[in-house]
Design a protein around this ligand. Structure first.
Ligand SMILES: [Zn+2]
Ligand SMILES: [Zn+2]
Length: 354
């Protein structure tokens, strides 16, 4: 099969590699559509070498949709068969450790142990390829009403839903989302789906204009101190929930600074720097701070929200490329060319992107 192989940090090449084979409780899938994730870029740049990936050569990618072409032993017990349309997600926990058995498989205690654990595109070969093997723990059925392109964006949508759930967004809450990238915008939709009364997206540039066009209130960080502006927009009180989807030290600190007394702060972007926190405020104003690691079991839950339009993943898809032009697709995503949000790649397409 053809795959885009990372041979070393920043060294990507389209190569012919052997087709993967499904093992017990795995399915071999033909990949129809792939979404590029910010984490792919960090891995590509070598920011996590040794952990993600553990070794080279490596196939990136964990957001995809496609069709089952072969089922490994045992997968048929759970009803899987060739022809099933599926969407993938990255974590497949061991199933035996305390975290897995209490439903928190994204925190598997055997994380990275290739004998019993998978995180596709991170510790295990990913989906920038014509075929991928996945555990049946990390695929869900894709309804016929959703396209493969929409299916490829279900994984980030599921993370957005998990993010909003971790923030315990309640009906009528005011929620601030910092960072209007794909995950930020999806999180804004999910916060609204959970009943948020107001969703204020904080950011700048073209992406903030998209947030506004999608119907969210916006605060432009170029217009002054974001914390003051959000406080002002909430009658001086601050939002009930502040969610960081930017991952910068500034945005992370602003979330903690702007949230109301007793408010909840959620961190979903993976930060690369240490951030100093105002500990007296956190203690004396009883702030709840929570992290988010990918998702747990929200892939199935986000599908009905996508189907009925509450989480319109298709509206965030801006670019499509054949996989053979992966470098151009990645540059388009990374440099946010032409308003790029969700940039997709098609492994079986030839020729031009659209
Ligand atoms: Zn991702
Ligand atoms: Zn486990």
């Amino acid at each position: 099969m053809q795959a885009v192989v990372l041979r070393a940090p920043r060294d990507l090449a389209l190569e012919e590699v052997p087709d993967p084979r499904p093992g017990p409780y795995e399915v071999l899938c033909r990949v129809e559509s792939i979404a590029i994730c910010g984490t792919d870029i960090h891995i590509l740049e070598g920011r996590h070498v040794g952990r993600w990936p553990p070794a080279f050569p490596f196939i990136l990618g964990h957001e995809w949709a496609g069709t089952v072409v072969e089922v490994g032993p045992g997968a048929e017990v759970f009803g899987w068969q060739p022809g099933d349309r599926v969407a993938g997600t990255s974590h497949a926990g061991c199933g035996y450790c305390r975290m897995c058995r209490t439903g928190r498989y994204n925190l598997c205690e055997r994380y990275g142990d290739a004998r019993v654990h998978r995180q596709y595109g991170h510790t295990t070969q990913g989906c920038y390829a014509q075929y991928v093997v996945h555990s049946i723990k990390s695929v869900v059925r894709l309804p016929d009403a959703l396209t493969f392109d929409e299916g490829a964006v279900l994984d980030p949508a599921s993370i957005a839903l998990w993010t909003a759930k971790r923030g315990q967004v309640n009906a009528g809450d005011t929620v601030a989302v910092l960072g209007p990238g794909p995950v930020g915008l999806l999180t804004a939709f999910c916060a609204r789906a959970l009943g948020a009364g107001r969703v204020i997206v904080v950011g700048g540039g073209e992406r903030l204009a998209v947030a506004e066009a999608l119907g969210f209130e916006t605060v432009d960080r170029a217009q002054g101190a974001s914390v003051d502006l959000v406080r002002e927009a909430t009658g001086g009180r601050g939002p009930d929930v502040a969610i960081d989807c930017a991952g910068t030290p500034e945005a992370i600190r602003q979330c903690v600074d702007m949230v109301r007394k007793g408010g909840r702060v959620v961190f979903t972007a993976v930060p690369h720097d240490e951030v100093a926190f105002p500990m007296q405020r956190i203690v004396l104003e009883e702030l709840d701070l929570v992290g988010v690691r990918a998702n747990r079991s929200t892939l199935e839950e986000v599908i009905p929200l996508v189907l009925d339009g509450r989480v319109p993943v298709g509206r965030l898809i801006t670019h499509r490329f054949p996989l053979s032009r992966a470098s151009e697709a990645i540059a388009t995503f990374q440099e946010r060319r032409d308003g790029a949000l969700e940039v997709l790649m098609h492994p079986w397409a030839g020729g031009e992107g659209t």
